[in-house]
Design a protein around this ligand. Structure first.
Ligand code: SF4
Length: 340
């Protein structure tokens, strides 16, 4: 409650949740807040998501989210985790979104994407009925030509873009595998500290400095992170060209620790339909965020057959194709060891 109150006071008014976060607890907490401070509802740009494409289920989930959050509408409603917009964003979904808008339950409609983001963004730009997309986007991904092209297409189509995963946390315990932090990484941190902001704040700033990105969705689980993020947003000093070069160099040097979600490249090279990109995300939540519960939720959502097959699959071709040169087999083995 205090964190929400302080967020409003500090001007943090883009609030993102999902029906699945904390099995509904997250939405209920927002609902409690709006019950206590009803006038704040209008100050907040409220976003929630539902993990289905079936119209009947979308209606049920949206109604439940509205009830939990004690509000009659959300500003932006996302289909959670679209990985193939061409297949998933059907005419039925379009009709549902139009109906929900006409009923005043949602103002805008779109989707979130963690894997194959660029392909889905390009498709969305063609469709003409997607208002917003939240996708993984950070100093590593923003320099990829495919991502630049996808962002440009969305901007041209008038789609609002929200960046998530801006810290680009490692998919595996990267520094543990190479011994310790590299000198370059330490130098980069020192360089930012000398300029008055932390490495984490610099990673936010580099995204905010892109005028094509409408907002950043960043987890702020405590007052210290909320204040640090707000300070970064209010700090008008721009990153220098050298700062950006340092971030790019760091991204290159540590590429094998970060999965860019280009699942079409690796997953087609492995038998048994192993969801490599999702398993990389399990590892990121566990090691990068220190959030074992979130990692377990995602991991336990995989079928027992898939989990059994992970250890028998041959990843050699996938590893050759991976643009990040990730040791896929090793990371997936670690995920199974850690979360089974
Ligand atoms: S493991 Fe490599 S190829 Fe597969 S999604 Fe991640 S970065 Fe792309």
């Amino acid at each position: 409650m205090l964190l929400f109150r302080q967020a409003i006071k500090l001007g943090v008014t883009y609030w993102d949740t999902a029906d699945s976060y904390g099995w509904g607890k997250n939405e209920k907490a927002i609902g409690k807040y709006f019950t206590k401070f009803p006038k704040d509802r209008e100050k907040v740009f409220l976003v929630t998501k539902a993990g289905t494409k079936k119209p009947q289920e979308l209606t049920e989930k949206l109604n439940r989210s509205l009830e939990r959050m004690n509000t009659s509408y959300v500003d932006l409603f996302f289909i959670h985790y679209v990985s193939n917009a061409k297949k998933e964003l059907t005419n039925d979904v379009k009709a549902w979104a139009e109906k929900a808008k006409a009923a005043g339950k949602i103002r805008l409609f779109g989707f979130s994407a963690h894997k194959n983001m660029e392909t889905s963004m390009l498709k969305a730009a063609e469709l003409g009925w997607i208002d917003g997309i939240m996708m993984s986007y950070n100093y590593r991904l923003m320099v990829k030509p495919e991502m630049k092209k996808a962002v440009a297409a969305c901007v041209k189509a008038g789609i609002g873009l929200t960046a998530m995963k801006t810290q680009a946390a490692f998919s595996a315990n990267f520094y543990a595998t190479i011994g310790s932090k590299t000198n370059e990484a330490l130098k980069m941190t020192e360089n930012f500290i000398n300029k008055g902001y932390s490495e984490e704040q610099a990673k936010l700033k580099v995204v905010w400095e892109n005028p094509h990105i409408a907002s950043i969705c960043s987890a702020m689980p405590n007052m210290a992170i909320l204040q640090a993020n707000v300070a970064a947003a209010l700090n008008k000093k721009k990153l220098s060209i050298n700062d950006k070069i340092r971030l790019e160099q760091f991204a290159r040097q540590t590429a094998p620790g970060y999965c860019t979600g280009c699942a079409d490249i690796c997953e087609s090279a492995v038998d048994f339909n192993i969801p490599i990109s999702d398993m990389m995300r399990c590892s990121m939540y566990h090691h990068g965020y220190g959030d074992r519960e979130k990692a377990l939720t995602l991991f336990n959502g995989l079928s027992s057959e898939t989990r059994a097959n992970v250890l028998h699959a041959d990843y050699s071709i996938a590893e050759q194709r991976c643009p990040q040169k990730i040791q896929i087999g090793k990371v997936l083995q670690m995920v199974c060891d850690d979360l089974t």
